[in-house]
Ligand binder design. Structure first.
Ligand SMILES: Cc1cc2nc3c(=O)[nH]c(=O)nc-3n(C[C@H](O)[C@H](O)[C@H](O)COP(=O)(O)O)c2cc1C
Length: 162
C-alpha cells in the first residue's frame, strides 16, 4: 500500500483546515493510506517512508514559515532518498496576491531540489492549493482536488514499478 504524508505548520488553524481537506481528497483514491502531521512533529524517517509528500504553511513574508523550513533544512540528511516521490504544496495567506504563490513556490523549489515529482494544474491554482484566511467552500474543494490528484499520481507511478 502506498502512503501519502501531509505535513503542515499552522498557528491559527487555517492551514490545518486545508490539511484535513487535502487528506479527504487523498482518501478518495484506493490503495493509498494518508497521515497528517505537524511540521515540528515530523521526522526524517516519516519522509523516507512516504511515497508522496504534501507540505503546507501559512504565508509568512511571502514564503513558508520557519517551522516548515526547519524540517526542510534537516532533510539534507536524507538528500538523495526522496528522489521520485510525489510532491505538492498548499498555503493560507492573509490576502490576495500577497505572497501565496511565492510561498507555494518556496516549498515546490525545495521538493524539486530533492528530485521529487510535481504535477502542475492547467486550470486555476496552477502551483498548489491556496486560501485567504480560513478556507471557504471553493478553497476546500480545491484542497480536496489537490489531495486526490497527488494520490492518483502516486498510484500511477507505483503501478509502473510493480
Ligand atoms: C509572521 C507572519 C507573517 C505573515 N506574512 C504574511 C504575508 O507575507 N502575506 C500574507 O498574505 N499574509 C501574511 N500573514 C498572514 C497569514 O499568512 C494568515 O493569517 C494565515 O491565514 C495564517 O495561517 P494559519 O491559521 O494556518 O496560521 C502573516 C502572518 C504572520 C503571523
Amino acid at each position: 500500500m502506498s502512503k501519502m504524508l501531509i505535513i503542515y505548520d499552522s498557528k491559527t488553524g487555517n492551514t490545518e483546515k486545508m490539511a484535513s481537506a487535502i487528506a479527504k481528497g487523498v482518501k478518495k483514491v484506493k490503495g493509498i493510506e494518508v497521515e497528517v502531521k505537524k511540521a515540528d512533529r515530523t521526522n526524517l524517517t516519516d519522509l523516507i517512508e512516504a511515497n508522496g509528500i504534501i507540505m503546507g504553511s501559512p504565508t509568512y513574508y511571502g514564503q513558508m514559515s520557519a517551522k516548515l523550513k526547519k524540517l526542510i533544512d534537516k532533510s539534507v540528511d536524507v538528500h538523495g532518498k526522496l528522489i521520485g516521490k510525489v510532491g505538492a504544496a498548499f498555503t493560507s495567506s492573509g490576502g490576495i496576491a500577497s505572497g501565496a504563490e511565492t510561498t507555494l513556490l518556496s516549498i515546490l523549489k525545495a521538493m524539486l531540489v530533492h528530485g521529487m515529482i510535481i504535477e502542475g494544474r492547467s486550470e486555476t491554482e496552477h502551483y498548489g492549493a491556496a486560501a485567504i484566511g480560513a478556507p471557504n467552500k471553493d478553497e476546500l474543494e480545491s484542497c480536496n482536488d489537490l489531495g486526490e490528484r497527488a494520490a492518483k499520481l502516486v498510484t500511477r507511478l507505483a503501478s509502473l514499478t510493480e
